[in-house]
Design a binder for this molecule. Structure first.
Ligand code: FAD
Length: 155
């Protein structure tokens, strides 16, 4: 099966998403292929979780320093689990929001592995559901690619 697109982004990170978003705004038909999680490094393991952790560390520093400034601070407890849960929920909110946003812009999304075979063709797409890690689906795909249905996409 061959499908034609004006633009295909391999990777739904900051770069791929902003490229297809802008192209779609100009009326181009676009596809984004992501092997792991929508949002890429920045949203899932980079800028966003880093900032949540930084805010938590900063809050701890402020609480500590407050005593020297005359405040009687009584910290009853700290829950690492709650911090992590809040951080993960925040990230999930962003990645879920992206699904609806891409749909609204008419951008197609495939959860799978994209391979550029020439300057106009992306091929060998293995559609992955509930892939637990970045590397497992890639290795799984390499070992089992002949067993999967694949199709070409022309740009
Ligand atoms: C800890 C940390 C903190 C950071 N903090 C900041 C910050 O505060 N501010 C800032 O501006 N930048 C920050 N960055 C940098 C920022 O995350 C990157 O600049 C940005 O994510 C790069 O975007 P990208 O789209 O090029 O790549 P990525 O976001 O890495 O996206 C690439 C995507 O492509 C997918 N992919 C790769 N190969 C394939 C394939 N063959 N098929 C399908 N999918 C594929 C990957 O799974 C990935 O999701 C931080 C980075 C890290 C690691």
């Amino acid at each position: 099966m061959t499908k034609h697109y004006d633009m295909i982004a391999i990777g739904a990170g900051s770069g791929g998403l902003s490229a297809v978003e802008r192209a779609a705004e100009y009326g181009k038909k676009c596809l984004v292929i992501e092997v792991k999680t929508m949002g890429g490094t920045c949203v899932n393991v980079g800028c966003v979780p880093k900032k949540v952790m930084w805010f938590a560390a900063n809050a701890a520093t402020q609480i500590n320093n407050a005593q020297g400034l005359g405040f009687a601070v009584d910290v009853k407890s700290f829950s690492w689990k709650k911090l992590k849960q809040g951080r993960d929920n925040y990230i999930k909110g962003i990645t879920t929001w992206y699904d609806g946003y891409l749909e609204k812009l008419g951008i197609d999304y495939i959860h799978g592995f994209g391979k550029l075979v020439d300057k106009n063709t992306v091929r060998d797409l293995c559609i992955i559901h509930n892939s637990p890690s970045y590397f497992q689906p890639l290795q799984f795909f390499k070992k089992n690619s002949s067993k999967f249905p694949y199709f070409s996409i022309k740009i």
